[in-house]
Design a protein around this ligand. Structure first.
Ligand SMILES: C[S@@+](CC[C@H](N)C(=O)[O-])C[C@H]1O[C@@H](n2cnc3c(N)ncnc32)[C@H](O)[C@@H]1O
Length: 317
């Protein structure tokens, strides 16, 4: 079997491939599988074998493979090298310079899907979903697929993220806006949002330096740094969310377990009924805040067993 197999998929890096340049370089000899593994291992990749398989099956040409191996060995996140991340069973395009969706955020999606389905049952109309701080748009893309009938909006302050999110959610009819939090959204959404997901940056400033180099060096600081205690952006979102939510609508954010009590306080202070859900499996914490419904409507849908009552907030050692 050849050590180099051509990928059946269009190359995410075709514009970087020498084969597409005006004066193509002569084709290089293909790197063998063992050479790819050895290079990745020497660069410190823990899953060198698996990553080698992925690069071999993604690259279309020997030159493209060599470029991918070089970029990965240089430290770029694997997702930036191949151009996509798997998230909640879907392939999400992730451009260089855009936050790579994390596995733990699938828990935020699960919580949002549950609430979105309940909303759809209650209202009988398409659910209005907003993915604020959307990054690649991974969360919105999965929600649109899971909820079927949605009006989907997304926004981010980073132009690269906005471009990337457009590639991921436009097919689902989603619209992506650029700007600072709610300022980016059409004014007509005020008071209409059923499910507002906001995976805001929440790493305390002093801890950004402790993140793995892949994050520190290749993801934008604005995607990671949440200020002194990590909750600056979260507080801004909770401060404005109530006026954007529909009656009975929900805001969902991801936090660390340690931050959840302060997040709950911020939700309560801003007129949203909070609850905390945790996944031990994904090491994920999601805080949800619900705007009170119209008189006579049910207050909060049944929740998954993972949801924990949080009034008063759980304090964790
Ligand atoms: C932790 S990342 C989450 C991205 C995506 N939602 C996900 O889960 O993969 C946070 C995102 O928030 C964006 N962001 C940070 N501050 C923002 C602001 N003031 N307004 C809008 N977006 C912001 C960043 O550009 C980044 O894409």
């Amino acid at each position: 079997m050849s050590s180099f197999q051509m990928s059946p998929h269009p190359s995410p890096f075709s514009s970087l491939s020498p084969s597409t340049s005006a004066s193509p370089a002569p084709a290089s000899a293909p790197l063998s599988r063992s050479a790819v593994v050895a290079t990745l291992r020497a660069a410190g990749c823990v899953f060198a074998e698996d990553e080698a398989e992925l690069l071999l099956s993604t690259a279309h040409t020997a030159d493209e493979l060599a470029a991918m191996v070089e970029r990965r060995a240089f430290g770029l996140p694997l997702e930036h090298v191949v151009g996509w991340a798997e998230f909640h069973g879907r392939r999400i395009t992730v451009d260089p310079g855009v936050f790579v969706p994390r596995r733990r955020t699938e828990f935020l999606v699960d919580q949002a899907v549950g609430l979105g389905r309940r909303t759809a049952e209650r209202t009988g109309r398409p659910t209005v979903v907003v993915d604020l701080c959307c990054g690649s748009g991974a969360v919105g893309a999965v929600l649109a697929a899971a909820l079927h009938r949605v009006e989907l909006y997304a926004a981010d302050i980073e132009p690269a993220a906005v471009r990337c999110a457009r590639r991921n959610i436009t097919d689902a009819g989603g619209r992506v806006y650029e700007g600072d939090l709610f300022d980016a959204l059409p004014a007509g959404l005020r008071g209409r949002i059923d499910v507002l997901v906001a995976n805001v940056p929440y790493v305390p400033s002093e801890e950004v330096g402790l993140l793995p180099p892949e994050a520190r060096e290749f993801e934008p600081l604005v995607a990671l740094d949440g200020g002194a205690d990590g909750l600056d952006v979260l507080r801004r979102v909770t401060g404005a969310a109530r006026q954007w939510l529909a009656p009975g609508g929900h805001l969902l954010v991801e936090t660390s377990e340690r931050q959840a009590p302060q997040a709950v306080e911020a939700f309560t202070r801003n007129g949203l009924l909070p609850r905390v859900a945790e996944s031990d499996e994904l090491h994920a914490t999601v805080v949800t805040g619900t705007r009170e419904p119209e008189r006579g409507a049910p207050y909060l849908p049944d929740t998954a067993t993972t949801c924990l009552p949080t009034t008063p907030p759980r304090s964790k050692a």
